[in-house]
Design a protein around this ligand. Structure first.
Ligand code: HEC
Length: 141
């Protein structure tokens, strides 16, 4: 009870300053997830330059076929989304569901997460991974 009592006795100006600080901190917290979510536009650029040689993320992007098509990737089960693609046993048995967290981990080092996968492309930068994930998320209608 003592700290509460002390707080109540703060001069008016001081307690106002405190509440302003709290509002500012909350505003910062609210802004953070938006920043961490990355840029779908930058993600599309990265995908086009690096992943599209093997993958297609949109029916119209004319991506390569060395990897599975990635339409509607968010929410898909790994190794099952492209019925025409011959996935490795490793990814088929992984039981991973693609979301922001699993994609972030996979793209950091695919074989470290799913040992034996044929997907080898590492995206070393967290910012690039966030952008790619934002791009995939933007495609989810
Ligand atoms: C050299 C070709 C190649 C490149 C480049 C490539 N991938 Fe792949 N990717 C593959 C192959 C092959 C698989 C199938 C893995 C398996 O069967 O184990 C795959 C699988 C995946 C999967 C799992 C798909 C599913 O249906 O479960 C994701 C997600 C993925 N790649 C994302 C990416 C992203 C993002 C990039 C660019 C940063 C990228 N890949 C670059 C060849 C590639």
């Amino acid at each position: 009870m003592r700290p509460l009592f002390l707080f109540a006795r703060l001069p008016r100006g001081e307690s106002l300053a405190h509440s302003k600080g709290a509002v500012f901190a909350l505003a910062l917290l609210a802004a953070l997830p938006a920043h961490a979510a990355g840029s779908a536009e930058a993600g599309k650029e990265y995908f086009t330059a690096t992943c599209m040689v093997c993958h297609s993320a949109e029916p119209t992007d004319d991506g390569g076929a060395q990897g599975p098509v990635l339409y509607g990737l968010i929410g898909r089960t790994a190794g099952k989304g492209d019925p025409k693609f011959k996935y490795t046993k490793a990814i088929k048995a992984s039981n991973v569901v693609w979301n922001a967290a699993t994609l972030d981990k996979f793209l950091t080092n695919p074989p470290a997460m799913i040992y034996g996968t044929a997907m080898a492309e590492i995206v070393a930068s967290k910012a690039d991974r966030d952008n790619i994930i934002a791009y995939f998320t933007s495609l989810k209608k």
